[in-house]
Design a binder for this molecule. Sequence first.
Ligand SMILES: CC(C)(COP(=O)(O)OP(=O)(O)OC[C@H]1O[C@@H](n2cnc3c(N)ncnc32)[C@H](O)[C@@H]1OP(=O)(O)O)[C@@H](O)C(=O)NCCC(=O)NCCS
Length: 293
Amino acid sequence: MRPGKPEDLGQIVELFRHEVEVGRQDSAPSESRTRARLARFDWSGKSRVMELDGHLEAAVLVVARPSPDGVLADVYAAGHGDAYGNAVEWGVLFAQASGAKIVHTTMAAGHGDGLERFGLRRARPWWRMDRSLGDALPEVAPVPGYELADATRTAPGVWAEMFNRSFADHWRFAPRTEPEIVGGKPPELCLMAVTTTTRAPAAITLGETEEFADDRRPQPVGIVSSVGTVPEHRRRGLAGWLVAEEMRRLRDAGARHASLYVDGLNPTRAYKIYNELGFEVVYEAEVWEASFR
Ligand SMILES: CC(C)(COP(=O)(O)OP(=O)(O)OC[C@H]1O[C@@H](n2cnc3c(N)ncnc32)[C@H](O)[C@@H]1OP(=O)(O)O)[C@@H](O)C(=O)NCCC(=O)NCCS
């Protein structure tokens, strides 16, 4: 086992495709997208790869961020045979040794057998919901008293603040920075509802198009993310409006299909809004969690 390097990325992406083949994950991002996301990743400190005869057998990457519950670390592991378990184990032990209080790894429901031996427990259902963008799209219903804005016209800094305020009561919330929220996303797909009178930000929804290899969905796929309304503006139709508008913009940007991910126990029942907009659950995963006090 050795630290990973940016030059390993091609093989690491192959390993993540293998995770899709064996059914542990639903999709694997392209190499270019993965490279962009990991541009500032601390390879030597936070990754390990296992090599056999010059080929990678497994890889694990750990991404940690502070949260109100303590440092929360996500373990992304991929590998063949027993090397997979070794990769998860390294990720959990490394995260714990680095001070993480909570460690997560996510995988398809029913594929987590054996994870208990690393101290992980099933913690939360995690769903992917899809709909075609080829059919008639739902009506866009603007909410009186609010206007639509996008990142072509808003001041920087406001996206992270909106995300962090909207998601503060979300399960295992960890604050994000502006580059994590809107970095690399087309500005016309970063939507915000603001009040007409004072232009106070009230709700956000983000989108981007992405190509997935060996994937059943018509490509490219429009990914909808960060659907959030600050508490004082909820239950007025803002999220429904922004997601409907986002679908149109994604289709205009070339997307043929839309996907989003949602906490299956979301107390604000976000999945119900998506369902009313034509999204259906197509893939069920589970978040596995280890906590260290
Ligand atoms: C989930 C969330 C984005 C919904 O935002 P919202 O702007 O309140 O959403 P909407 O107003 O479009 O819909 C919410 C509910 O209000 C209802 N509603 C819409 N307009 C309404 C109105 N004028 N009067 C009363 N109710 C209304 C909707 O029918 C919906 O009801 P339901 O829960 O029975 O389905 C928001 O609660 C939130 O930010 N939650 C925390 C972050 C989160 O979990 N995001 C989802 C991540 S996948």
